[in-house]
Design a protein around this ligand. Structure first.
Ligand code: ADP
Ligand code: MG
Length: 701
């Protein structure tokens, strides 16, 4: 399209090689287009002029118009400063500079009229403005600018080369003044007209140079809508074409295995939510289309049972299933519990992980090929190239946020006809995020806990209370309960973290000495055999305390454990804290989550801790997390394979715009699924421009 937009930024007048390099490395701006899409993060209102007599200490910023009467150098040494008396018709304020005195004196004159801008502070009875922005009235009139001044984030390095916010704004003015600039509309009239959207060209100009607050609002709305709309259109189009063009295995019967299991092995009554979800899954499996379903259910809501019953339906129809867990510990646990559940059922399960022995692996490979293994449980190893199935019909992915669209698409390659896919997650994903990250999936929710669970009590303590906490733990152990103590483990500081764990373990061992107490330890540096031994020690109740890193975060299920102590809790994110807490509260006893935090903690850390204390509801926590951190930091979103570098929309705040975008996209595809109509040609072109390279439905259909 417009060639000018694709020009390298160094060709923009006023940029040059050095600044071009900085724009690229510091702000990711390498073309004219990138610059235009470098949106301001806020605006400073310069619509209003104040007079000196109106000044008030509450004012954040004021703009005054007047003249400098007198400069004077004051103080000495470190307190040396230059001041200027600035007058308008109502009075005087003192302008103050702590550096750059020579420059100020050379630049500003006592006879000219200036507009000054800054924050007034009261100092020894007079208003001061420290390091004000100053501009000559005449020059300001000549500059392309607007009353609401856009503010751009820039780095120190950029500022050193006059690429401060004003500098960026100047470059933008230059781009917009290029006579050959064309900003072709990217939405069809059917949308811009009916929704009364600003044109793209206007929106892009006004977002940088607004004349009024309503300009900003309209420009933002238009750009946010467009951003979200194309993501939704892409996802829905993808979903649509996949459903139409890919056959799915037909699981038509509910046979002997599921029925026998239901009648003889199911140890509890299913919750209403579990029943509903299983019905939804059965309908998918029996539709002849490939299932692509996301199952959300808070920690402990009983997703494994849903997975198992789905896999038994697979086996009843002669298909193999695999269940993929994020860690080996979890895979082993799934294998053990599923093994117990299906005792006496004519279904064979096997476990395959990175540390499966060669001979066992050979046995499994054979069993997969000759069809004698019905259910394969494991880690990523399951979907590696060299694992071959005779007829893989169902893939279940447990707790893998990383499984975005692109990764799931890879599964297709495993067999001619794609297996059904069920993605399970206990990290409740806020609706807006789910619609974007998993927008091509159908969603089921288990919103009901198995009966008899008591809400977990959450408390926070600092080191000063450690003895008190230990006393509490001893009483819990006397009552026969078990305890987890978890230390953070963050990749960047792994070595330090292990030191924390070791120190912690030592102090635990002093406070809970053998033979009265037994502590088991699990962390990522142990061999899987040692991990296994430790896990079993705790699972069988021989160890009362388990000290661990976050390897136990997801899914570990020991119902007698009733206390979760999280060390350095301020270092964990909200969703991780919630996941960890979910390890307890699985039995009928009152459970506790104890957050140990350091004395000093950031406001944000306090907010997280308080949120944890205030609610047990995973969705509420996820929403709070999204608000506090933004989607970029939410677990797994970076690697999701989705276009997540949203330039302007904010999934934490723009839920309503997202809904609008999704429903417009749905309407359009309902009328014209192939986007073949001439009115929709523009949509097709832009989809290809935006997503063509990332992944495309045409690869799959
Ligand atoms: P999650 O959804 O976190 O994966 P699990 O599947 O591990 O949860 O289930 C948590 C615990 O609840 C397990 O011990 C499981 O056997 C038990 N459970 C599952 N469904 C029910 C039910 N309907 N009634 C009672 N207990 C259940
Ligand atoms: Mg689970």
């Amino acid at each position: 399209m417009s060639e000018l937009l694709d020009n390298e930024i160094k060709f923009l007048p006023g940029v040059g090689p050095k600044r071009a390099e900085l724009l690229e490395s510091e702000a990711g701006i390498s073309t004219f287009r990138d610059l235009i899409y470098y949106f301001p993060y806020k605006y400073v209102d310069k619509t209003r002029f104040y007079t000196v007599s109106e000044l008030d200490t509450d004012m954040q910023h004021v703009q005054l118009r007047g003249k400098i009467r007198r400069f004077s150098a004051e103080g000495g040494g470190k307190g040396k400063r230059l001041t200027a008396d600035f007058y308008d018709s109502t009075g005087m304020v003192r302008l103050v500079w702590f550096k750059g005195h020579k420059w100020v004196l050379n630049t500003y004159k006592t006879d000219r009229e200036y507009i000054i801008f800054g924050r007034p502070t009261l100092f020894s009875g007079a208003f001061n403005i420290v390091h004000p922005e100053i501009e000559e009235v005449e020059k300001k009139a000549a500059r392309v600018s607007s009353a609401l001044e856009a503010q751009y984030s820039t780095t120190e390095k950029m500022k050193d080369h006059f690429l401060n916010s004003k500098g960026v704004s100047k470059l933008l003015a230059t781009v917009f003044s290029q006579p050959t600039l064309r900003l072709a509309e990217t939405l069809p009239v059917s949308i811009t007209g009916s929704m009364k959207l600003m044109s793209l060209a206007d929106a892009l100009f006004r977002i940088h140079f607004p004349d009024s607050n309503s300009d900003i609002e309209n420009a933002r709305f238009r750009l946010k809508f467009e951003e979200l709309f194309y993501i939704q259109l892409n996802l829905l189009r993808y979903k649509d074409s996949r459903t139409k063009n890919t056959r799915g295995f037909l699981f038509s019967v509910v046979g002997e295995r599921l029925n026998t299991f239901y009648a003889t092995r199911l140890p509890f009554a299913l919750t209403g939510a579990q029943k509903r979800v299983i019905r939804e899954i059965r309908a998918d499996l029996g539709s002849g289309h490939q299932m692509n379903r996301l199952l959300q259910g808070d920690v402990g809501s009983g997703k494994t049972m849903v997975a198992l019953m789905s896999m038994l339906i697979g086996a009843d129809n002669g298909y193999q299933s695999c269940l993929m867990a994020p860690t080996e510990v979890l895979a082993i646990q799934h294998f053990n519990s599923i093994g117990r559940f299906i005792e006496g059922i004519d279904a064979e399960a096997a476990l395959l992980t990175g540390s499966t022995k060669k001979s066992e692996r050979a046995r499994i490979e054979k069993g997969l090929l000759d069809g004698s293994i019905d259910i394969l449980i494991g880690t990523h190893a399951l979907i590696e190239e060299n694992v071959r199935y005779s007829n893989l019909g169902l893939v279940i992915i447990d707790e893998q946020h990383r499984f975005g669209v692109a990764q799931r698409a890879k599964l297709w390659q495993k067999s001619e006809c794609p297996p059904h896919v069920l993605v399970m997650t206990a990290t409740p994903i806020p609706r807006t995020l789910a619609m974007t990250l998993y927008g091509d999936l159908d969603v089921s929710v288990i919103d009901e806990m198995p009966p008899g669970r008591k809400p977990i009590k959450t408390m926070s303590f600092t080191d000063a209370d450690r003895e008190k906490v230990f006393g509490f733990l001893r009483r819990q152990i006397e009552d026969g309960r078990q305890i987890y103590v978890v230390y953070p483990l963050i990749k960047e500081s792994e070595t330090l973290d292990y030191k924390d764990l070791e120190d912690g373990l030592e102090s635990m061992a002093r406070a809970f000495p053998p033979p009265q107490y037994c502590i088991s330890v699990v962390h990522g540096r142990m061999t899987s055999k040692d991990k296994d031994i430790s896990m079993n020690l705790f699972r069988r109740g021989q160890a009362q305390i388990m000290v661990a890193t976050t390897v136990i975060e997801v899914g570990v299920d020991i119902s007698n454990a009733s206390v979760m102590v999280i060390e350095s809790a301020e270092r964990f994110g909200l969703s991780q804290l919630h996941q960890l807490r979910g390890r307890v509260g699985r039995g009928a006893d009152q459970s506790y989550c104890i957050l140990m935090t350091s004395h000093k903690r950031s406001t944000e850390a306090s907010e997280r801790i308080n949120t944890m204390i205030a609610t047990n509801d995973g969705f509420e926590i996820a929403e709070a997390d999204l608000r506090m951190r933004g989607p970029g930091d939410l677990e797994g979103t970076q690697q999701s394979g989705m276009a997540f570098d949203l330039k302007i929309a904010d999934l934490g705040r723009d839920g309503q715009i997202l809904n609008l975008a999704r429903s417009r996209a749905t309407e359009i595809l309902a009328d014209d699924p192939e986007l073949a109509g001439s009115g929709n040609h523009l949509l097709k072109v832009n989809l290809r421009r935006l997503f063509g390279k990332k992944y495309s439905w045409s690869d799959i259909s």
